[in-house]
Structure formats: structure tokens, C-alpha cells
Design a protein. Structure first.
Ligand SMILES: Cc1cc2nc3c(=O)[nH]c(=O)nc-3n(C[C@H](O)[C@H](O)[C@H](O)COP(=O)(O)O)c2cc1C
Length: 342
């Protein structure tokens, strides 16, 4: 992994320093780039909220081969982890690789690791086109995310996503905060519950499930579920949509409780290793997404880099599960976290 990271550092030049700990400090405010918006507080809070949690060790048990596999909306995954959608390799990563090569590396690397990639969207069109092309090449085995475009553009892009053969697709509603898109005359916007229900109905009529990403409050998550979302992602877009939000791990427990048992709850932001994955699961997530570290692995090592990143993550997760007495990723107790009760 060190060679992969060194290679990525060369290719991403000043846009990503590939820091030892990817915590949003060195790149604060760097958008375009890999940073968080403004002061970078939201990105930093994601990392800090996880870093402030500690494990209680439990070793008097017989768990030696913990189960890490889960099923998410009918899709089997070897780990409770997906690659987060990342769009805009050219503007955010200094053309370290082409958009096409990047998407192929992430989609194929994830499949090799037994998990799935989400693909991103943005301006120019090559961003969503190369993501969708990579998914189509692998029979739609992945999850395309489309931005909340206004007008006919949304329908057009949802239809293109459907045509990849995907079984699940998603929308990053928090992209409504990406002012850069509006400035370029390509508005994205929040949606009312009624408007969301129309979008979900349309996609459900194709036999495809819908994940809504970018929710940070129990109320939004509840409204999304009532409107018909099949899963929600607790996310602040890696701190890129609004400055000064809490870390996602801070708001996750109350949101997970609000929609408990109704839909799978996913979460992302600041997840860096297998221990962080277990922390998110203990706080109520069913599955986790990882953004920047997967991007670094893809730019530095292509599909092998991505597969290797997930292999190491799986080893770390299994070790953390054994050391906390956790037998199954589908049933993680809050009590693995120090000071929290089950
Ligand atoms: C350069 C960059 C581009 C992104 N593009 C998208 C995108 O197109 N669609 C989307 O839903 N999220 C996008 N995100 C947000 C990620 O999907 C994810 O929510 C975030 O990166 C998670 O935080 P982490 O990077 O700390 O793991 C992007 C993030 C970054 C850093």
C-alpha cells in the first residue's frame, strides 16, 4: 500500500498530499481538490467524531472467524463497505488518471474484492458517462448516483443509469449545496417529500431500488423513508456541501434510531480503516461507504490498488471484531464502544 500511496501522491500533485492520516487538515477549503468546504470543519469533524470513540476489548469468547459478509438491498457484499461515489477526477485530482480509467479501476477493483462501487456525477458530462460506462461493462454491478438536477436533465440521467442494468441506484441530495454547479448554470436543488416520492415511484416501476444520500437529520431521514426510499446514507458529502456540520458519526445514532428496522442505514465520512467501519456499525449503520482512501488507492494502484485496499480493510475489520467479541457484521452491539451500553 505504501508504493500505491507514493504513486498517488505523485499523480495527484498538489490536489491531494496523501497524508498519513486523511483528516481534512492539510486540504481545508481546497475545492476543486480533495478538501472540505470553507474551513474544512465538516470533513475534520467526520474524522474526529470517529477518532473520539474507543473500543472495549472482549476476549473471553470463542469467536475466531467473524462473519463480515452482508446483503444490501439484495446485493451480496463480502464486507459491509461500498466505494463511495467520487466524480471529477480531472478537476479534483489534477488529471492523475482519466475519468474512464478511474471508474473502471474502482468498479472492477470492488468486484474483485467482493463488494460494489458507487459512481459519481457532475459537470462535464464525462463524469457520469464514464461511471455509467464502467458499470454497463460489468452488467450494472454497482450503484450509480445521480445528482438532484432540475428539469428534464434528472429524468434523462436516471434513464441512462437504468440502462446500465443496475439493480440499485441513488441520488446525492446534498449536492444541492454544490454552488459550483449552480454557478455553471447547471442547477441542483433540494426536493419536497412529494417530489421525492415521484422520483422513487418512477425508479421502482423499473424494478430498481433507490438509495437517498446526504441526509444528516432524523427528520429528513424519516421523510425520505416515508416517501419510499429503500435505503438512506447519512453523509455530509465528505464535508464538501456545507461548512460547520457535525461529523456523521455524531448524528448517526439518532438517525438510525428514527428509521430503525424500516430501511438499511448507510453512513460515510472519515472512515479510514476496519476499526472505523466497526465503529459506524456499532452506532447503527448497516453498511459504510469510503471515499477519499479508495480514490487514492485507485489513482495510485488501479483496480489492484482498490482490491488491495479492501483486502487490508477486511483484515482490520476481522481483527477488530475478534478483539471486541463481535461474531457478525449484521449484529454489532453499541457496547463494543467504550462508555456506551447495548
Ligand atoms: C473529490 C470528491 C468527489 C465526490 N463526488 C461525489 C459525487 O459525484 N457524488 C456523490 O454522491 N458524492 C461525491 N462525493 C462524496 C463521497 O461520495 C463521500 O460522501 C465522501 O467522500 C465520504 O467521505 P470520505 O472521503 O471522508 O470517506 C465526492 C467526494 C470527493 C472527495
Amino acid at each position: 500500500m505504501e508504493d500505491i500511496r507514493n504513486n498517488a501522491r505523485q499523480k495527484m500533485k498538489k490536489f491531494c498530499r496523501v497524508c498519513k492520516i486523511c483528516d481534512g487538515r492539510a486540504c481545508a477549503g481546497e475545492i476543486p481538490g480533495m478538501g472540505g468546504l470553507g474551513t474544512g470543519a465538516s470533513f475534520k469533524n467526520n474524522v474526529n467524531a470517529l477518532a473520539e470513540l474507543y473500543f472495549d476489548m472482549h476476549l473471553v469468547h470463542g469467536i475466531t472467524e467473524p462473519e463480515t459478509a452482508i446483503s444490501l438491498l439484495g446485493q451480496p457484499l463480502s464486507l459491509p463497505v461500498l466505494a463511495a461515489p467520487i466524480g471529477g477526477v480531472a478537476v479534483n485530482m489534477d488529471f492523475g488518471v482519466s475519468e474512464e480509467d478511474y471508474n473502471l479501476a474502482v468498479v472492477e477493483g470492488c468486484l474483485d474484492a467482493g463488494t460494489l462501487a458507487c459512481t459519481g456525477d457532475g459537470v462535464p458530462p464525462v463524469i457520469h458517462e464514464s461511471g455509467l460506462a464502467a458499470l454497463a461493462r460489468f452488467k450494472g454491478r454497482g450503484i450509480p448516483f445521480i445528482k438532484p438536477w432540475e428539469g428534464a436533465e434528472l429524468d434523462e440521467k436516471l434513464e441512462k443509469a437504468r440502462d446500465t442494468g443496475c439493480k440499485v441506484l441513488g441520488m446525492d441530495l446534498d449536492a444541492a449545496g454544490l454552488l459550483t454547479l449552480r454557478r455553471r448554470g447547471r442547477p441542483v436543488a433540494p426536493r419536497t417529500p412529494e417530489q421525492l416520492a415521484d422520483i422513487f415511484d418512477k425508479v421502482h416501476a423499473w424494478g430498481i431500488k433507490f438509495i437517498l444520500k446526504g441526509l444528516m437529520s432524523p427528520l429528513d431521514a424519516t421523510l425520505a423513508v416515508e416517501a419510499g426510499a429503500d435505503a438512506v446514507v447519512i453523509s455530509n458529502h465528505g464535508g464538501r456541501a456545507l461548512d460547520h456540520t457535525p461529523g456523521t458519526a455524531t448524528v448517526l445514532p439518532e438517525i438510525a434510531e428514527a428509521v430503525a428496522g424500516r430501511v438499511p442505514v448507510l453512513a460515510d465520512g472519515g472512515v479510514r480503516d476496519g476499526g472505523d467501519v466497526l465503529k459506524m456499525l456499532a452506532l447503527g449503520a448497516d453498511c459504510v461507504l469510503i471515499g477519499r482512501p479508495v480514490a487514492v488507492a485507485a489513482v495510485g494502484g488501479g483496480k489492484e490498488g482498490v482490491a488491495r485496499y479492501f483486502a487490508r480493510l477486511g483484515d482490520q475489520l476481522r481483527q477488530a471484531m475478534i478483539m471486541t467479541g463481535t461474531a457478525d457484521a449484521r449484529d454489532v452491539s453499541r457496547s463494543v464502544l467504550h462508555g456506551l451500553s447495548a
